[in-house]
Design a protein around this ligand. Sequence first.
Ligand SMILES: O=C(O)CCC(=O)C(=O)O
Ligand SMILES: [Fe+2]
Length: 319
Amino acid sequence: MSVRSRSNNAEDIRVVETFTTETFTADIYPKREPVILRGLDIGECLRKWTPSYLASDGGTQEVKVHVSSSTQMDFINKNFLYRSLPFQEFVKRAFEDEHADYFIDQKEKFYLRALGHDPRKDVADISVQFPELAQDLTIPQVFEREKFFSSVFRIASRGVQLWTHYDIMDNILIQVVGRKKVVLFHPNDVDYLYLNGDKSEVLDVDNPDLSCYPKFIEAKQYRGHLEPGDILFIPALWFHNMTYEDAGVAVNVFWRHLEDKLYDTKDPYGNHDLLPAQRANQIVDRAIKALEELPEEYQEFYAHRLIDRIRHTFLAKQT
Ligand SMILES: O=C(O)CCC(=O)C(=O)O
Ligand SMILES: [Fe+2]
Protein backbone atom coordinates (compact mmCIF):
# COMPACT_ATOMS: atom_id res chain seq x y z
CA MET A 1 0.00 0.00 0.00
CA SER A 2 1.47 3.32 -0.96
CA VAL A 3 1.65 5.96 1.74
CA ARG A 4 1.38 9.34 0.16
CA SER A 5 3.51 12.20 1.30
CA ARG A 6 2.20 15.70 1.72
CA SER A 7 3.98 16.93 -1.41
CA ASN A 8 2.18 14.70 -3.89
CA ASN A 9 -1.07 14.76 -2.00
CA ALA A 10 -2.91 17.36 -4.02
CA GLU A 11 -3.75 17.66 -7.65
CA ASP A 12 -5.68 20.20 -9.69
CA ILE A 13 -9.00 19.07 -11.08
CA ARG A 14 -8.74 18.86 -14.86
CA VAL A 15 -10.36 21.75 -16.71
CA VAL A 16 -11.90 20.93 -20.09
CA GLU A 17 -12.58 23.89 -22.35
CA THR A 18 -13.44 22.19 -25.61
CA PHE A 19 -16.51 20.29 -24.63
CA THR A 20 -18.71 18.23 -26.89
CA THR A 21 -21.27 15.69 -25.75
CA GLU A 22 -19.34 13.08 -27.72
CA THR A 23 -16.01 13.75 -25.97
CA PHE A 24 -17.76 13.79 -22.61
CA THR A 25 -19.38 10.41 -23.26
CA ALA A 26 -16.36 8.82 -24.88
CA ASP A 27 -13.36 10.29 -23.00
CA ILE A 28 -14.40 12.01 -19.79
CA TYR A 29 -17.31 10.09 -18.33
CA PRO A 30 -15.82 6.58 -18.45
CA LYS A 31 -12.78 7.71 -16.41
CA ARG A 32 -15.07 8.57 -13.51
CA GLU A 33 -12.88 11.39 -12.36
CA PRO A 34 -14.01 14.92 -11.61
CA VAL A 35 -13.59 17.56 -14.30
CA ILE A 36 -14.46 21.21 -14.62
CA LEU A 37 -16.27 21.90 -17.88
CA ARG A 38 -15.68 25.50 -18.95
CA GLY A 39 -17.25 27.58 -21.69
CA LEU A 40 -20.52 25.69 -22.06
CA ASP A 41 -23.77 27.49 -22.76
CA ILE A 42 -25.76 27.36 -19.53
CA GLY A 43 -28.37 29.86 -20.71
CA GLU A 44 -29.48 33.35 -19.78
CA CYS A 45 -29.06 32.75 -16.06
CA LEU A 46 -25.39 33.67 -16.31
CA ARG A 47 -26.32 37.23 -17.20
CA LYS A 48 -29.74 37.53 -15.59
CA TRP A 49 -29.44 36.06 -12.12
CA THR A 50 -28.65 39.15 -10.08
CA PRO A 51 -29.91 39.13 -6.48
CA SER A 52 -32.77 41.49 -7.33
CA TYR A 53 -33.84 39.45 -10.38
CA LEU A 54 -33.72 36.21 -8.38
CA ALA A 55 -35.74 37.83 -5.62
CA SER A 56 -38.45 39.07 -7.97
CA ASP A 57 -38.63 35.98 -10.21
CA GLY A 58 -38.18 33.40 -7.46
CA GLY A 59 -41.29 34.60 -5.68
CA THR A 60 -42.54 34.66 -2.15
CA GLN A 61 -42.64 30.92 -1.50
CA GLU A 62 -41.14 29.87 1.81
CA VAL A 63 -37.78 28.12 1.74
CA LYS A 64 -36.19 26.27 4.62
CA VAL A 65 -32.60 27.41 5.09
CA HIS A 66 -29.62 26.74 7.34
CA VAL A 67 -28.57 29.75 9.45
CA SER A 68 -25.31 29.80 11.38
CA SER A 69 -23.01 32.27 13.12
CA SER A 70 -20.14 30.23 11.70
CA THR A 71 -19.04 30.01 8.08
CA GLN A 72 -18.08 26.40 8.68
CA MET A 73 -21.42 24.71 9.01
CA ASP A 74 -21.08 21.51 10.95
CA PHE A 75 -23.73 18.92 10.23
CA ILE A 76 -22.47 16.52 12.86
CA ASN A 77 -22.47 18.99 15.77
CA LYS A 78 -25.35 21.01 14.25
CA ASN A 79 -23.98 24.53 14.73
CA PHE A 80 -26.85 25.93 12.68
CA LEU A 81 -30.58 26.44 12.89
CA TYR A 82 -33.21 25.68 10.30
CA ARG A 83 -35.41 28.68 9.59
CA SER A 84 -38.06 29.45 6.97
CA LEU A 85 -38.02 32.65 4.96
CA PRO A 86 -39.82 33.85 1.83
CA PHE A 87 -37.44 33.10 -1.07
CA GLN A 88 -36.98 36.78 -1.92
CA GLU A 89 -36.10 37.70 1.66
CA PHE A 90 -33.68 34.79 1.86
CA VAL A 91 -31.91 35.89 -1.35
CA LYS A 92 -31.55 39.42 0.00
CA ARG A 93 -29.99 38.15 3.22
CA ALA A 94 -27.71 35.63 1.50
CA PHE A 95 -26.18 38.45 -0.53
CA GLU A 96 -25.60 40.89 2.34
CA ASP A 97 -22.75 40.63 4.84
CA GLU A 98 -24.65 42.37 7.65
CA HIS A 99 -28.32 42.07 8.38
CA ALA A 100 -30.80 44.49 9.92
CA ASP A 101 -33.13 41.57 10.72
CA TYR A 102 -31.51 38.40 11.93
CA PHE A 103 -32.07 35.14 13.84
CA ILE A 104 -28.72 34.77 15.64
CA ASP A 105 -26.50 37.76 14.91
CA GLN A 106 -25.97 40.55 12.40
CA LYS A 107 -23.33 38.60 10.47
CA GLU A 108 -25.04 35.23 10.37
CA LYS A 109 -24.57 33.06 7.28
CA PHE A 110 -27.19 31.33 5.17
CA TYR A 111 -27.28 28.15 3.14
CA LEU A 112 -30.12 26.86 0.99
CA ARG A 113 -30.34 23.35 -0.39
CA ALA A 114 -33.72 23.51 -2.11
CA LEU A 115 -36.24 20.76 -1.38
CA GLY A 116 -39.31 19.38 -3.12
CA HIS A 117 -42.79 20.72 -2.27
CA ASP A 118 -43.26 17.87 0.18
CA PRO A 119 -39.67 17.18 1.27
CA ARG A 120 -40.56 13.70 2.51
CA LYS A 121 -41.92 12.62 -0.86
CA ASP A 122 -40.97 15.03 -3.63
CA VAL A 123 -37.54 15.50 -5.10
CA ALA A 124 -36.16 18.96 -5.74
CA ASP A 125 -36.71 20.03 -9.33
CA ILE A 126 -36.16 23.66 -10.17
CA SER A 127 -38.49 23.46 -13.15
CA VAL A 128 -41.28 22.52 -10.71
CA GLN A 129 -40.45 24.68 -7.69
CA PHE A 130 -38.96 27.66 -9.56
CA PRO A 131 -40.48 27.44 -13.06
CA GLU A 132 -39.70 31.05 -14.03
CA LEU A 133 -36.05 30.84 -13.05
CA ALA A 134 -35.67 27.38 -14.58
CA GLN A 135 -36.37 28.89 -18.02
CA ASP A 136 -33.10 30.80 -17.77
CA LEU A 137 -31.02 27.66 -17.22
CA THR A 138 -29.85 25.28 -19.93
CA ILE A 139 -28.80 21.94 -18.48
CA PRO A 140 -26.11 20.47 -20.72
CA GLN A 141 -26.99 17.09 -22.13
CA VAL A 142 -24.39 14.91 -20.49
CA PHE A 143 -26.85 12.14 -19.57
CA GLU A 144 -30.00 10.61 -21.01
CA ARG A 145 -33.13 12.52 -20.06
CA GLU A 146 -34.90 9.53 -18.53
CA LYS A 147 -32.01 9.13 -16.07
CA PHE A 148 -32.68 12.58 -14.56
CA PHE A 149 -33.30 12.46 -10.81
CA SER A 150 -33.32 15.99 -9.38
CA SER A 151 -32.12 19.55 -9.85
CA VAL A 152 -31.23 21.39 -6.67
CA PHE A 153 -30.83 25.10 -6.04
CA ARG A 154 -27.80 25.86 -3.84
CA ILE A 155 -27.51 29.41 -2.57
CA ALA A 156 -25.21 30.60 0.20
CA SER A 157 -23.61 33.62 1.81
CA ARG A 158 -20.01 34.60 1.17
CA GLY A 159 -17.60 32.43 3.15
CA VAL A 160 -19.86 29.45 3.77
CA GLN A 161 -18.01 26.16 3.69
CA LEU A 162 -20.12 23.09 3.18
CA TRP A 163 -19.10 19.91 4.98
CA THR A 164 -17.32 17.17 3.05
CA HIS A 165 -19.79 14.48 1.99
CA TYR A 166 -20.54 12.02 -0.76
CA ASP A 167 -23.64 11.49 -2.85
CA ILE A 168 -24.58 8.22 -4.49
CA MET A 169 -25.51 9.60 -7.90
CA ASP A 170 -23.54 11.16 -10.69
CA ASN A 171 -23.85 14.90 -10.55
CA ILE A 172 -23.09 18.10 -12.41
CA LEU A 173 -22.79 21.24 -10.33
CA ILE A 174 -23.57 24.27 -12.47
CA GLN A 175 -22.04 27.38 -10.95
CA VAL A 176 -24.09 30.41 -11.93
CA VAL A 177 -23.19 33.26 -9.57
CA GLY A 178 -20.01 33.78 -7.53
CA ARG A 179 -16.76 31.87 -7.24
CA LYS A 180 -16.42 28.62 -5.35
CA LYS A 181 -13.43 26.68 -4.10
CA VAL A 182 -13.90 22.93 -4.43
CA VAL A 183 -11.91 20.14 -2.83
CA LEU A 184 -12.71 16.56 -3.77
CA PHE A 185 -11.45 13.20 -2.55
CA HIS A 186 -11.41 9.83 -4.27
CA PRO A 187 -13.96 7.34 -2.84
CA ASN A 188 -11.16 4.90 -2.00
CA ASP A 189 -9.64 7.45 0.39
CA VAL A 190 -12.67 6.95 2.63
CA ASP A 191 -10.50 5.47 5.42
CA TYR A 192 -8.71 8.82 5.83
CA LEU A 193 -11.80 10.98 6.05
CA TYR A 194 -13.32 10.07 9.43
CA LEU A 195 -16.86 9.57 8.22
CA ASN A 196 -19.98 9.93 10.27
CA GLY A 197 -22.75 8.70 7.98
CA ASP A 198 -22.18 10.31 4.60
CA LYS A 199 -20.23 13.26 6.10
CA SER A 200 -16.61 13.72 7.12
CA GLU A 201 -15.84 14.95 10.63
CA VAL A 202 -12.95 16.99 9.25
CA LEU A 203 -14.48 20.39 8.59
CA ASP A 204 -11.42 22.44 7.84
CA VAL A 205 -9.79 20.65 4.94
CA ASP A 206 -7.06 23.32 4.66
CA ASN A 207 -6.05 23.25 8.32
CA PRO A 208 -7.17 19.90 9.66
CA ASP A 209 -6.64 19.10 13.32
CA LEU A 210 -4.14 16.29 12.79
CA SER A 211 -4.03 15.42 16.47
CA CYS A 212 -7.67 14.33 16.14
CA TYR A 213 -7.50 13.22 12.50
CA PRO A 214 -3.93 12.00 11.85
CA LYS A 215 -4.83 9.92 8.80
CA PHE A 216 -6.42 12.88 7.03
CA ILE A 217 -2.99 13.79 5.68
CA GLU A 218 -3.10 10.61 3.57
CA ALA A 219 -6.21 11.73 1.70
CA LYS A 220 -5.33 13.13 -1.70
CA GLN A 221 -7.05 16.44 -2.43
CA TYR A 222 -8.37 17.24 -5.90
CA ARG A 223 -8.65 21.01 -5.89
CA GLY A 224 -10.33 23.47 -8.20
CA HIS A 225 -11.98 26.86 -8.54
CA LEU A 226 -15.35 27.37 -10.14
CA GLU A 227 -16.15 30.64 -11.88
CA PRO A 228 -19.65 31.62 -12.99
CA GLY A 229 -20.55 29.42 -15.95
CA ASP A 230 -18.31 26.51 -14.92
CA ILE A 231 -19.71 23.04 -14.46
CA LEU A 232 -18.13 20.54 -12.11
CA PHE A 233 -18.73 16.88 -12.86
CA ILE A 234 -18.78 15.04 -9.52
CA PRO A 235 -18.88 11.27 -10.09
CA ALA A 236 -20.94 9.30 -7.59
CA LEU A 237 -19.15 8.60 -4.28
CA TRP A 238 -16.48 11.28 -4.76
CA PHE A 239 -16.33 13.33 -1.57
CA HIS A 240 -16.71 17.07 -1.99
CA ASN A 241 -16.15 20.16 0.12
CA MET A 242 -17.26 23.56 -1.16
CA THR A 243 -16.31 27.04 -0.04
CA TYR A 244 -18.35 29.99 -1.27
CA GLU A 245 -15.69 32.63 -2.00
CA ASP A 246 -18.55 34.98 -2.89
CA ALA A 247 -22.23 34.81 -2.11
CA GLY A 248 -23.19 32.22 -4.67
CA VAL A 249 -25.90 30.51 -6.65
CA ALA A 250 -25.55 27.09 -8.24
CA VAL A 251 -27.82 24.33 -9.45
CA ASN A 252 -26.76 20.75 -9.28
CA VAL A 253 -28.32 17.95 -11.26
CA PHE A 254 -28.25 14.36 -10.10
CA TRP A 255 -28.93 11.45 -12.42
CA ARG A 256 -29.16 7.71 -12.03
CA HIS A 257 -26.45 6.09 -14.06
CA LEU A 258 -27.05 2.58 -12.67
CA GLU A 259 -29.97 0.20 -12.96
CA ASP A 260 -33.13 1.55 -11.31
CA LYS A 261 -33.50 -1.45 -9.03
CA LEU A 262 -30.32 -0.51 -7.13
CA TYR A 263 -31.72 2.78 -5.87
CA ASP A 264 -33.84 3.30 -2.79
CA THR A 265 -37.19 4.57 -4.04
CA LYS A 266 -37.92 6.31 -0.72
CA ASP A 267 -35.07 8.78 -1.08
CA PRO A 268 -36.08 12.31 -2.13
CA TYR A 269 -32.60 13.71 -1.37
CA GLY A 270 -30.88 11.10 -3.49
CA ASN A 271 -28.32 10.33 -0.80
CA HIS A 272 -29.42 6.99 0.60
CA ASP A 273 -26.87 4.26 0.02
CA LEU A 274 -27.70 1.86 -2.82
CA LEU A 275 -30.02 -0.93 -1.71
CA PRO A 276 -27.40 -3.73 -1.73
CA ALA A 277 -25.08 -1.50 0.33
CA GLN A 278 -27.89 -0.89 2.83
CA ARG A 279 -28.50 -4.62 2.99
CA ALA A 280 -24.79 -5.33 3.50
CA ASN A 281 -24.75 -2.83 6.37
CA GLN A 282 -27.70 -4.54 8.03
CA ILE A 283 -25.98 -7.89 7.68
CA VAL A 284 -22.86 -6.45 9.32
CA ASP A 285 -25.07 -5.28 12.21
CA ARG A 286 -26.23 -8.86 12.55
CA ALA A 287 -22.66 -10.20 12.25
CA ILE A 288 -21.58 -7.87 15.07
CA LYS A 289 -24.46 -9.08 17.25
CA ALA A 290 -23.45 -12.69 16.54
CA LEU A 291 -19.80 -12.01 17.44
CA GLU A 292 -20.92 -10.40 20.69
CA GLU A 293 -22.22 -13.78 21.80
CA LEU A 294 -18.63 -15.07 21.85
CA PRO A 295 -16.01 -14.66 24.62
CA GLU A 296 -13.79 -11.62 24.01
CA GLU A 297 -10.71 -13.36 22.65
CA TYR A 298 -12.88 -15.16 20.08
CA GLN A 299 -14.62 -11.91 19.13
CA GLU A 300 -11.36 -10.29 18.18
CA PHE A 301 -10.09 -13.36 16.35
CA TYR A 302 -13.23 -13.73 14.24
CA ALA A 303 -13.44 -9.98 13.66
CA HIS A 304 -9.97 -10.21 12.08
CA ARG A 305 -11.04 -13.19 9.98
CA LEU A 306 -14.18 -11.45 8.71
CA ILE A 307 -12.31 -8.25 7.87
CA ASP A 308 -9.71 -10.34 6.09
CA ARG A 309 -12.34 -12.07 3.95
CA ILE A 310 -13.84 -8.78 2.90
CA ARG A 311 -10.41 -7.27 2.28
CA HIS A 312 -9.38 -10.24 0.15
CA THR A 313 -12.54 -10.22 -1.90
CA PHE A 314 -12.83 -6.51 -2.59
CA LEU A 315 -9.65 -4.64 -1.70
CA ALA A 316 -6.96 -6.92 -3.07
CA LYS A 317 -6.49 -4.60 -6.06
CA GLN A 318 -5.33 -1.71 -3.85
CA THR A 319 -2.78 -3.44 -1.66
O1 LIG B 1 -22.10 23.76 -3.92
C1 LIG B 1 -22.79 23.37 -2.98
O2 LIG B 1 -23.41 24.12 -2.23
C2 LIG B 1 -22.88 21.91 -2.67
C3 LIG B 1 -22.94 21.09 -3.88
C4 LIG B 1 -23.15 19.64 -3.60
O3 LIG B 1 -22.99 19.14 -2.52
C5 LIG B 1 -23.57 18.80 -4.72
O4 LIG B 1 -23.69 19.30 -5.85
O5 LIG B 1 -23.78 17.59 -4.50
FE1 LIG C 1 -23.20 16.93 -2.65
